[in-house]
Design a binder for this molecule. Sequence first.
Ligand SMILES: [Zn+2]
Ligand SMILES: [Zn+2]
Length: 278
Amino acid sequence: MRHRFTADSHVHSKNSFDADSSVAEQLKRADELGLDYLTVTDHFESAFYYKPDSEFGDQPSLLRQSASDIESARKSNVSKTELLCGIELGEPLHDIRATEDALAIADYDFILCSTHNLKDMGDFFWLDYHREAIPELLKKYFSELCECIEWGRFDSLAHITYPLRYICGRAGIQIDMNDYKAEIDEALSLLAKGERALEFNTCRNPELSSSCMDDCRDVYFLRRFIELGGRYITLGSDAHKAEDLAKGIDGALDILSELGVKEIAVYKKREPHMLPIV
Ligand SMILES: [Zn+2]
Ligand SMILES: [Zn+2]
C-alpha cells in the first residue's frame, strides 16, 4: 500500500449470508496488507429480519455472532490493524422495528446504509433491465435514498451506484446521469447537509486507478457530493472473502487525490476520524 493511511470500511465475514471468511481470517489478511483500519460490516436486510428465509438465514443470530466474533478478535488482536465493529443496514426503512432491534445488538462503531432493492421488489441483481422501465426505477431508487438520508441513523451511504452495476455493467444499457441530476443532487445535498459520508465502494476491483476515472461510475457522484459541500468519504472494498480484502482501495485513493480530496473518514464509536491520504 503506497498511501500513508489505509482503511477498508466495508467488509463481510461469514456471518453474512453470502460471505465466506471468518472475522479472524479477514483481520489476518488486513494485517498482511498493512491496513491501518478494518471495519467488518455484516449484512442486515430489514424486510427479512423477522422472516428468516433460505437466502438470508437467521439474521438476529448471525448479527449477534458477528458482534461477538469482532469482540473476540479485538481482544486477541496483536496486529497493527485496528478492528472496528460495523453493520450494513439494507433498506432500513422497509421494516423500521427490525432496524431498531438490529442496531441494539452492539455498540457499533460504524453504520452503513444500503439499498439493494426497492420496496416490494427483488434485489437489483435479479431484475431484467430489458423489461424494466429504467427511468421510473432509478427515480424511485433516488427517492428511497432520500428517505433513508432524512431518517439519518447511519454514518455512510454505501454503494450509491449499486443499480448501475447491473443496468450499465451487466445489461450494457447506457445511462446519462444528467437525466437524473435533480434527483441525484437532492440525495447528495441531503447527505452533505446531514454531515453523513458517501462511500466510495471499490467493488473489489483491483483495476481501479486514476487513469480510468472516466470509466468509474462513482466519480460523477463523488465529484458532485464534494461540490455540494460533502466532507466525509469512506472507502470499502465490500470483500466477501479474505482474498478480496482492500481490492481497489489504493486506486480509489489515487482517484480521490485527483478529485482534490485530502482525507478519508474512518468511524469509531460513530465519530468520524479524518485520515490524510497523501
Ligand atoms: Zn451492499
Ligand atoms: Zn456489503
